[in-house]
Design a protein around this ligand. Structure first.
Ligand SMILES: Nc1ncnc2c1ncn2[C@@H]1O[C@H](COP(=O)(O)OP(=O)(O)OP(=O)(O)O)[C@@H](O)[C@H]1O
Length: 667
């Protein structure tokens, strides 16, 4: 991934304003940049452009979940291996994996046991009443056949009564089961976002965005099956046959109950065990294929302009077709497994009835007794079929859980200190002996860098593309940490400051910021929700957007389209600058943040910033060495090393790197 790519998604909130990166989870929605602001970050050969293979194997050790989205998450490092190992276990040993995933799900959704038990109890009683309904009806028919008389009214009353109670219990079962499920899903979603946010930008960059959206929405939805449709049918499939067959043995003949029991055992226990591996694999294949489609579609939507401009529609459609075909194959495999299992269940259910007739006649049981046993056999169809019905969905839910878990358990590359310190009030920033090496890169992006940004100074950081400028800028608000060396703010190591405090003081404005859906005012207040309209206008004035806003019919209340589609590139950059200024940071990192402005407007913005916020420490990353005024401080970076420092005037006197850059910028 290049610095540019990363810059566009450097923060879970756009453009590096001082919004905390560990927000209250509920305040982040799938529509925000957290999961939706994918930037192009992968090469066309199927490797992430950070050089990491995207076949999933090297990414998180999960050979069976080869999605591109995991590629950026390599940054999470070794702790990621823990969950990866569990996921690999899951792939190799489905039952062990299911157990671990069950523990994980239950562990993250505590205090839901009471309503879940209520749902199970309602289902058991409901299904026992179902068996009773058949027994009463069959018994009456048998009695009518042998005696010729039947008391219709009491029979009808009993049947209607049973049906009404059954309906009520069914309602209770579903209500409680779904209440548990949706509460659990809400908690999982909150957990997902709260854990994802600190992993940005690494985990949310590039194609990861679309696939993460799939995980955050549909995968989490699929886990509903685990809560709403698993425990109640699993328990009732064992309890209801046990109670019904015990009753049958007690009131008729144990041999009749024994005739049914083996069939029930095969349906409820043996068949699921035999099919376990194949249902797990097909559920996984389907999940993987869905993730691949989400990635493709995300890429296509993201890069639609490039695709149209280069006439690559057919090529992209072919890729989508291939991804679609893979999903179809996976789903037909899944359908095949389900079909065979469903057919076997019907055969076994019918077999149980045939066995009752054979055993009943061979032991000389009378017609009402055989009818009662048959009624129990038929009454057990629903509870036993329940297992088959939830199995496929359950493995889908487990496969989804494994994918969600990989995000939730991934270690954040940047963590809050256990005991935060308070930064000195002074707004200076320094780098001492800083080295940063990206995974897989042959040479460090920054190599033993020393740089000082005095309080209230304006420093231009210049260098050729790929020299390490953005990496340097990202260190100040802890977009990532240095491998060695220290970065300080007001004399305090940034790693000792609470992330919220640090990011409240250091704002990073990127080259390609994102506007969230809402109004301009909403966007401007992102980092400072309580800012007054006057505060917003003041920031807009500095960004030279005051006249533009005043001319808009709805002013600050103008709606913003997705990704700022309604504004020009230059306006978007200035809005991002204003958004950062609203929160009154003490250090402002501008990462090519004025690159889309014409020279005159950019100069005007710089002048206004100097005039209205003289106390601000500005670190401006730029390739326009020629635009730095003679008295401007300069740090020149080349191949990750600081090669020149001084004022632009001094450096212009030398025939060094700065002069060289200036000559290139002018051409
Ligand atoms: N996420 C990443 N993973 C791997 N390598 C990276 C990543 N981000 C940057 N690099 C590499 O680190 C080096 C420095 O990148 P950086 O983006 O800091 O340079 P830059 O000077 O800002 O470049 P540009 O002016 O083109 O934005 C480059 O070689 C780049 O390929």
């Amino acid at each position: 991934m290049t610095g540019d790519d990363e810059r566009s998604t450097r923060r879970p909130t756009p453009d590096g304003t001082s919004t905390p990166v560990t927000p209250a989870p509920t305040t982040v929605s799938p529509g925000t940049a957290t999961v939706g602001s994918a930037a192009p970050g992968t090469a066309s050969d199927g490797t992430a452009s950070d050089g990491t293979a995207i076949d999933g194997t090297t990414v998180d050790g999960m050979a069976s979940d080869a999605t591109a989205s995991d590629a950026p998450a390599t940054a999470a490092g070794s702790a990621r291996q823990t969950s990866a190992t569990a996921a690999t276990d899951a792939a190799r040993q489905p039952s062990a994996g299911r157990l671990k995933l069950t523990r994980w799900l239950v562990g993250h959704t505590k205090n839901l046991l009471a309503p879940l038990v209520g749902s199970v109890a309602a289902r058991i009683v409901n299904q026992l009443l179902g068996v009773a309904l058949f027994v009463v009806a069959a018994g009456s028919i048998a009695r009518a056949a042998s005696t010729g008389a039947v008391a219709l009214l009491p029979l009808a009353g009993t049947l209607v009564g049973l049906a009404l109670v059954k309906a009520l219990l069914r309602y209770l079962e579903h209500y409680l089961g779904h209440w548990v499920a949706f509460t659990a899903l809400q908690r999982l979603r909150e957990l997902f976002f709260s854990r994802l946010a600190p992993q940005a930008p690494a985990a949310t960059a590039g194609r990861a965005g679309a696939e993460l959206t799939e995980r955050a929405t549909r995968d989490i939805d699929r886990i509903e099956v685990f809560f709403a449709h698993t425990l109640p049918p699993a328990v009732s499939a064992v309890v209801v046959p046990a109670v019904a067959l015990s009753w049958l043995a007690a009131v008729t003949d144990a041999r009749l109950a024994l005739a049914i029991a083996p069939f029930v055992a095969v349906i409820v226990v043996l068949l699921p065990l035999l099919a376990a591996r194949s249902t797990w694999r097909s559920a996984e294949r389907v999940g993987r294929a869905r993730g691949a489609i989400a990635t493709e579609v995300g890429d296509d939507v993201q890069g639609v302009r490039e695709i149209l401009a280069f006439g690559a529609e057919r090529q992209r459609l072919r890729r989508l077709d291939a991804a679609d075909a893979a999903l179809t194959r996976a789903r037909s495999g899944e359908g095949c497994v389900r079909g065979v299992r469903a057919g076997l269940v019907v055969l076994l259910q019918t077999g149980a009835l045939v066995a009752v007739v054979i055993v009943g006649t061979s032991i000389g049981a009378d017609a009402p007794t055989i009818a009662t046993a048959l009624a129990v056999g038929v009454g057990l169809w629903a509870p036993t079929r329940g297992v088959d019905e939830f199995l496929a969905g359950l493995d889908g839910a487990f496969a989804a859980t494994a994918r969600v878990r990989r995000v939730v358990d991934a270690e954040a590359p940047v963590r809050d200190p256990v005991v935060p310190r308070t930064a000195g009030a002074e707004a200076s920033a320094t780098l001492r002996g800083v080295t940063v090496r990206y995974p897989g890169d042959a040479r460090p992006a920054l190599d033993d860098v020393d740089a000082t940004f005095p309080a209230g100074s304006w420093t231009a950081v210049v260098g050729v593309s790929g020299s390490g400028k953005s990496t340097l800028g990202a260190l100040l608000p802890r977009g990532r940490d240095a491998d060695t060396g220290t970065v300080t703010l007001g004399g305090t190591d940034v790693r000792d400051l609470a992330l919220d405090e640090l990011r409240g003081r250091v704002a990073l404005v990127s080259q390609r910021p994102t506007l969230l859906r809402g109004t301009l005012a909403d966007n401007l207040r992102l980092a400072a929700p309580d800012a007054s309209d006057e505060g917003l206008h003041a920031a807009l004035r500095i960004a030279a957007l005051d006249e533009w806003i005043d001319a808009l019919p709805d002013g600050l209340e103008t709606a913003t389209g997705e990704r700022g589609a309604a504004v020009s590139g230059g306006q978007l950059q200035r809005l991002a600058l204003a958004r950062a200024l609203v929160a009154h940071p003490t250090v402002l990192v501008l990462d090519e943040a004025l690159s889309q402005l014409d020279a005159e407007t950019a100069a005007s913005v710089r002048a206004r910033l100097r005039e209205h916020r003289p106390e601000l420490t500005v670190v401006e990353i730029t390739h326009r060495a020629d635009l730095v005024p003679d008295d401007g401080r300069v740090v020149v970076i080349d191949a990750g090393r600081v090669v020149e420092t001084g004022t632009a005037g001094e450096l212009r006197e030398r025939a060094g790197a700065f002069r060289h850059l200036e000559a290139r910028a002018g051409t």
